[in-house]
Design a protein around this ligand. Structure first.
Ligand code: GH3
Ligand code: MG
Ligand code: MG
Length: 292
């Protein structure tokens, strides 16, 4: 369902927007009498915004800051002006996606909104493609790196524990050699789903490398991370991976590092420690979790 936010005090315009859309069927419409300050398209959860420049005295000025953030957040904004004068064109320069006169016909209004919603869907798809790994459907490493910094900073600021785990499939090369790369890919995909099922919604699962996954675990101390690691390790060892009548079992090794128990000075150090422990888990015989 699309979310449209209309900023206007004009009852006729509000009605025209309702008429232009099948409200309830293609869109949920939220009406605001004026632009809030500060304005955040994220907080409004808008897929498209329509702003009547006459909404109130502050609108033209607040529109400037809305347009700046909306551009950064890929939220299309349509500005409604008394007449599409050369002066009104500056809203397009500031980042508005479209400019319409307040007496626009309903059919045109409807089409223009549809164009912006189409653009929005495409932009959302592109930004999802940029952060999601195609083979497994989990977040990719680029996403992990930016989130790790943000989450660690938050843990530091609000004094809560944070753990980072790297998981690597044991002898995965043998799976590929025995059953082929396609089967190997299916195992990676199923493993992603299996891990996802073991962690909390606020935990972030990412593909770290070829047959390696990383987990960002906010509010998770060392023993919590170890317990989770064990739960994943046993769930994997108990699972039969299956695709096109071929079956295989795998095990995984996991390295865990925790803030602040490991007192890392940076995100890189946290990752380095988890990586070193993963290496120890391999060295000690695989199918195990190393967390200290
Ligand atoms: P270890 O227990 O030491 O981790 O052994 P391993 O065989 O898992 O480790 P190694 O690093 O020697 O090999 C990793 C293998 O993972 C090599 C490659 O064939 C496989 N691999 C990496 N990425 C992919 C992928 O996207 N798809 C498939 N099917 N296999 C992959
Ligand atoms: Mg590896
Ligand atoms: Mg491996």
């Amino acid at each position: 369902m699309n979310r449209l936010v209309l900023v206007s005090q004009d009852a006729t315009l509000q009605q025209r927007v309702y008429d232009a859309l099948q409200v309830g069927a293609d869109a949920i419409v939220t009406i605001l009498e004026s632009l809030p300050e500060p304005v955040s398209p994220d907080a409004l959860q808008a897929d498209v915004m329509l702003v009547d420049v006459r909404a109130d005295h502050d609108t033209p000025q607040r529109l400037r800051s809305l347009l700046a953030t909306a551009v950064a957040r890929d939220v299309p904004v349509i500005v409604l002006v008394p007449a599409t004068s050369p002066e009104a064109l500056r809203y397009l320069d500031m980042g508005a996606n479209d400019l319409l006169s307040l007496d626009v016909r309903i059919t045109e209004l409807k089409t223009r909104i549809k164009v912006q919603l189409r653009l929005k869907r495409r932009l959302d798809q592109l930004s999802e493609d940029a952060v999601v790994d195609q083979t497994t459907g989990v977040y990719n490493r680029r996403y992990m790196e930016s989130h790790l910094l943000a989450q660690l900073a938050e843990a530091w600021r609000y004094h809560y524990p944070f753990s980072f785990a790297i998981l690597d499939i044991d002898y995965f090369k043998l799976i590929n050699d025995r059953h082929g790369h396609r089967f190997g890919d299916a195992v990676l995909r199923q493993l992603g789903r299996l891990i996802r099922g073991q962690v909390r919604l606020e935990d972030t699962l990412t593909r770290y490398g070829g047959e390696e996954f990383a987990l960002l675990l906010p509010h998770t101390d060392r023993s919590g991370a170890w317990m989770l690691g064990e739960r994943i390790r046993t769930a994997v060892a108990d699972h039969v991976f299956c695709q096109d009548h071929t079956e295989a079992r795998i095990t995984v090794s996991i390295g865990v590092a925790t803030y602040p128990a490991d007192a890392p000075e940076s995100a890189e150090e946290l990752v380095r420690r988890a990586d070193r422990r993963l290496y120890q888990a391999k060295h000690r015989g695989r199918n195990r979790v190393v967390h200290t």
